[in-house]
Design a protein around this ligand. Structure first.
Ligand code: ZN
Length: 214
């Protein structure tokens, strides 16, 4: 049985008061903070760069799970590592070479994750599963808050969980987008371990925290 981890996404909190959002996460008992870094090219939005990661690092010991929604993650690994990220997850749809970028993340002593968009098949990440710490399945199109969880996400999670067992691997399976009190148990049942949650967490942290209290 894999440990279940709640990873609240700080981007969903009022960006004027990110420090307050961090306090809400710490008070909830969550041990991870998910940071959505966006470059305005891979996704239309620009948000949360190395400066925010570094500011969070100075104020918390929580695990900083940085999700790079950027076109060329390979160019940014060093600076995000220096800013204090604990895990760097980038997209298999990005322009950087996957194997080299995963290795680069590991060379900095960080956990390495690979993400896939709703329209990307498992096949695109399959051959890298033995060299990553986590695979992140997008439950919505990346880059925007408050979208509905796509039901096909659970099918992907099930396939990844069964591949993990078949191959005796240890990667974690993360779900990101549209996670709330209704969809979290579905993703958990399918085999997910990490639950990235944004607006649903900040509007009702207690309700989501219940899933992790035992
Ligand atoms: Zn994310």
């Amino acid at each position: 049985m894999h440990e279940k981890i709640l990873a609240p996404s700080i981007f969903a909190y009022d960006n004027c008061y990110i420090g307050d959002g961090l306090k809400v996460i710490e008070a909830s008992g969550a041990t991870w903070v998910h940071v959505d870094a966006m470059d305005g090219t891979f996704v239309p939005t620009i948000a949360l760069g190395q400066g925010v990661v570094s500011a969070l690092r100075k104020r918390t010991k929580l695990f900083l799970d940085v999700h790079l929604m950027v076109q060329t993650p390979g160019n940014l690994i060093e600076s995000f590592a220096a800013a204090g990220a604990d895990m760097l997850t980038f997209h298999c749809e990005s322009a950087s070479a996957i194997e080299e970028t995963l290795q680069m993340v590991k060379n900095f002593g960080l956990s390495a994750g690979l993400a896939l968009n709703p329209r990307t098949a498992i096949h695109s990440v399959e051959k890298y599963l033995d060299c990553m710490d986590a695979v992140l399945v997008m439950g919505v199109e990346p880059g925007k808050c408050r979208q509905k969880f796509l039901p096909s996400t659970c099918e992907k999670v099930r396939t990844l969980a069964s591949l993990r067992e078949k191959r005796g691997l240890a990667y974690k399976i993360s779900v990101d987008g549209g996670i709330n009190a209704e969809t979290l148990p579905l993703a958990a049942k399918a085999g997910a371990d990490i639950f990235v949650t944004g607006s649903a967490f900040f509007s009702n942290a207690e309700q989501l925290g219940e899933f992790f209290s035992c």
